[in-house]
Design a protein around this ligand. Structure first.
Ligand code: FAD
Length: 374
């Protein structure tokens, strides 16, 4: 019998849903509360690299996931003008029959994860959050925002960058900080050449094109935005065109097609990293609630998904809950710290316009680290 028989997950994003799936597959009862009344995500895409494809396989999701995604192999790095600099071959970590990497729209990913979590018996309540909790040696008593109450063997805070659970555990100790950069994104009809992840090194930021489906890709660029200025929503198309002014090649051609500000998704980058351990007693943080970083290495969601898999494994591997959570930390802390720190470093080097920064070397190092078993 498992030490913990029922788990409350706070937050129905990528990490919370993967945790629900992983725990349900191990026979643990799962309730999930999600703050949003309409369970939607914004309509751009996400890169999921070979370590994520491997974990989707272990979550038993790979076929449904690949049906909703665009599978690709290589990551290529180009100059600002679109001249090839390096091509890093994909690693097929899920096995020879499965692709190395995937681009997927966030909505398609959310659909696969939420439908699977519910099919497996996760009890989901939307428009609900945690108000407070009190724990003792055998469980956590939770008061919800709708006035209802429950008792759980474990509470998992998967409620993202501005985690309420983190605040309830640690007070104001950890606050997200603006890193100095923002990301701009825009969807386009996929062009045939973008059958891989294409990164373009810009003068003060990076740009990229990511295939998401046969007929869809997205463009992103990072920009240095000192002071985190407010952006007028009506000016986002012009703002993105300006940020892409230095780029030639495929990015330069797409720049002129950016005319509708409603199609531009603008996001200032914020980060937070919680010291170990990410738990107190029977309440644990996973995903961005514990280790939100910048997207420079395309691994934030990857780390949240790995957290979910490891948590379910450790909760069903014997020992006391304290031992299980410590084993979880032993497997997660250094790996997530590496991704968090190196992602921030890449952003800092972009802002400093450091010509000596070895982006290709960093990407190769990240791929080597994330290919290791979790
Ligand atoms: C611009 C950008 C691009 C990125 N690109 C990539 C990429 O290509 N690849 C990659 O791997 N990662 C990427 N990431 C990172 C990735 O999006 C995050 O790491 C990932 O979404 C974290 O998942 P999560 O479940 O921990 O948090 P979230 O996805 O933020 O989910 C948290 C959920 O909790 C809910 N919630 C919040 N507060 C409460 C509350 N009080 N009660 C209940 N529910 C609550 C939210 O509504 C949300 O549904 C990117 C991030 C950014 C900012």
């Amino acid at each position: 019998m498992n030490t913990v028989s029922n788990v409350l997950i706070v937050g129905g994003g990528i990490g919370g849903l993967c945790a629900a799936i992983a725990l349900r597959r191990k026979g643990i009862a799962v309730e999930l509360v999600e703050l949003k009344t309409e369970w939607t995500v914004y309509g751009v895409g996400i890169i999921q690299q070979s370590n994520v494809v491997r974990e989707m396989h272990r979550l038993g999701l790979l076929d449904a996931y690949l049906d909703a995604a665009y599978a690709f192999e290589d990551v290529a790095i180009y100059t600002t003008d679109g001249q090839p600099l390096a091509r890093i071959p994909g690693q097929r970590l899920a096995g020879p029959d499965y692709p190395a990497n995937v681009g997927i729209s966030r909505r398609a990913l959310h659909k696969v994860l939420s439908e699977t979590a519910i099919e497996l018996g996760t009890q989901v309540r939307l428009g609900t959050s945690v108000e407070s909790f009190e724990q003792d040696a055998s469980g956590v008593d939770v008061l919800f925002s709708d006035g209802s109450q429950g008792r759980y063997g474990l509470v998992v805070g998967a409620d993202g960058l501005f985690s309420k659970v983190r605040g309830l555990l640690f007070g104001d100790k950890y606050r997200p900080r603006f890193t100095g950069q923002s990301v701009w994104r825009h969807n386009f009809k996929r062009v045939a050449q973008i059958d891989h992840l294409a990164n373009y090194q810009g003068p003060s930021g990076n740009a990229g094109l990511v295939p998401l489906a046969d007929d869809l890709m997205y463009l992103f660029t990072t920009s240095h935005e000192p002071g985190n200025p407010w952006m007028d929503p009506a000016g986002l198309a012009e703002g993105l065109r300006q940020r892409l002014a230095g780029f030639g090649g495929g990015v330069g051609e797409l720049r002129e097609q950016i005319t509708d500000s409603a199609e531009v998704v603008y996001k200032p980058l914020e980060a937070v990293f919680v010291d170990e351990p990410w738990y107190r007693g029977r309440v644990l943080l996973i995903g961005d609630a514990a280790h939100a970083t910048t997207p420079h290495l395309g691994q934030g969601a990857g780390m949240a998904i790995e957290d979910a898999v490891v948590l379910a494994e450790e909760l069903t591997a014997g020992g006391s809950l304290a031992e299980q959570l410590q084993r979880f930390m032993d497997r997660r802390f250094e790996r997530c710290k590496f991704i968090a720190e190196k992602s921030l470093l890449a952003g800092e080097k972009e802002m400093q316009r450091d010509p000596a920064f070895d982006r290709i070397g960093l990407v190769k190092q990240m791929l080597e680290v994330t290919a290791r078993p979790i």
